[in-house]
Design a protein. Structure first.
Length: 104
């Protein structure tokens, strides 16, 4: 479950998710649309391929946030776990996408 995208927290009630499948496919909810992409992980290196998504329209603010999320995913280069047990996806420069692991 995504909590922050770079410098900004998610809007209230936004539900963005990332699932990394064992088959090398990532998928989730972008807040408005479902998304999917290939990914590779090797040690702490992580990258996402071209992101595809459904094409539902939502409120402009949700669409803008989803666009920022997809752009941020495309720039991910590595991952780690923070001191508070939060997963972070890091770009080459700037702040990470921060996620909480959801049991289930």
């Amino acid at each position: 479950m995504v909590e922050w995208i770079g410098e900004r927290p998610l809007m209230d009630y936004a539900h963005l998710t990332v699932t990394l499948g064992a088959d090398g496919r990532a998928y989730g909810n972008g807040g408005c649309n479902h998304w999917f992409a290939p990914y590779t992980v090797e040690g702490n290196t992580l990258s996402f391929g071209k992101i595809g998504s459904t094409r539902k329209l939502c409120a402009e603010a949700l669409m803008e946030q989803e666009h920022r999320f997809f752009q941020a995913l495309q720039n991910v280069q590595r991952w780690d776990i923070s001191p508070i047990e939060q997963t972070r996806f890091w770009p080459a420069e700037g702040k990470p996408i921060r996620l909480w692991l959801e049991e289930g």
